[in-house]
Design a protein around this ligand. Structure first.
Ligand code: GLN
Length: 192
C-alpha cells in the first residue's frame, strides 16, 4: 500500500499526521500515513512530509541518520512546510545541513522573530487559503533555468510556495488549519 511518512524528528508532527489522515479520507485514497524517525522507516515510504520546527536540528538529524541519502537514492517526493521548506533548499543564509532537493535559496526568519508571526489570506491552486506564518522563511531566489520549477503562491511579491518536480516547499503552516487542500495536492502528487 502507498505510504506517506511524517518525519518525526522535531516540530509539528502530530498536526501533520492529523491533517494528512483527514486529506486521505477526503479524497478517499487507499494510503497509510505514519510518523517515521529512521532511514529504514523512511525507505518504506512513497512520500515524506517535513514539518515546521527548527531546521538546524531537523537537518542535523537527517544527516546523522542517513535519511537524506535514502530520500535521494529512492527519489521520494517531499513536502516541506516552513522549516521543511528551508531543508528542501540548496542554500540558505545560515550555515546548516540541508536536504538540498530543490534549486532554491531560502531566506530564514524572513518576517522577523517568533513575536512577528502572523496570519494572512493567500491564494493557492486558485483558492483562498489561510496562511499561518510562524518565524517563516521565504524564497530569496530560484534557478529559473530549471523548467520543472513552478511558483504556487506569492505574498506581497515574495514567493511563499514553490514546486520542483515532485517536491513542494511552502513557507507557512497548513497543518495548523482545517483545510486539507495542500495536503490533498501532495497526496495526488505521490500517487501520480
Ligand atoms: N525559523 C525556523 C527555521 O528556519 C522555521 C520556523 C517554523 O518552522 N515555524 O528553522
Amino acid at each position: 500500500m502507498t505510504k506517506i511518512g511524517i518525519l518525526n524528528l522535531q516540530g509539528a508532527v502530530s498536526e501533520h499526521l492529523h491533517i494528512t489522515k483527514k486529506a486521505i479520507k477526503n479524497i478517499n485514497a487507499n494510503i497509510e500515513v505514519e510518523p517515521v524517525r529512521y532511514a529504514e522507516d523512511v525507505a518504506t515510504c512513497d512520500g515524506i512530509i517535513i514539518s515546521g520546527g527548527e531546521s538546524t536540528v531537523i537537518g542535523k538529524l537527517i544527516h546523522e541518520r542517513g535519511i537524506d541519502k535514502v530520500i535521494k537514492d529512492k527519489n521520494i517526493p517531499v513536502f516541506g512546510t516552513c522549516a521543511g521548506m528551508v531543508l528542501l533548499g540548496k542554500k540558505t543564509d545560515f550555515d546548516q545541513p540541508l536536504l538540498g532537493l530543490m534549486d532554491i535559496t531560502v531566506k530564514r526568519n524572513r518576517y522577523g522573530r517568533q513575536k512577528d508571526s502572523f496570519e494572512a489570506p493567500i491564494e493557492i491552486f486558485g483558492q483562498e487559503y489561510l496562511g499561518i506564518f510562524i518565524r517563516a522563511p521565504t524564497l530569496e531566489s530560484f534557478d529559473n533555468s530549471k523548467n520543472d520549477i513552478q511558483i504556487l503562491s506569492k505574498l506581497n511579491d515574495e514567493i511563499i510556495a514553490i514546486k520542483q518536480g515532485h517536491n513542494i516547499a511552502i513557507s507557512f503552516h497548513p497543518e495548523l488549519t482545517q483545510d486539507t487542500l495542500i495536503h490533498e495536492y501532495f497526496i495526488k502528487e505521490v500517487l501520480s
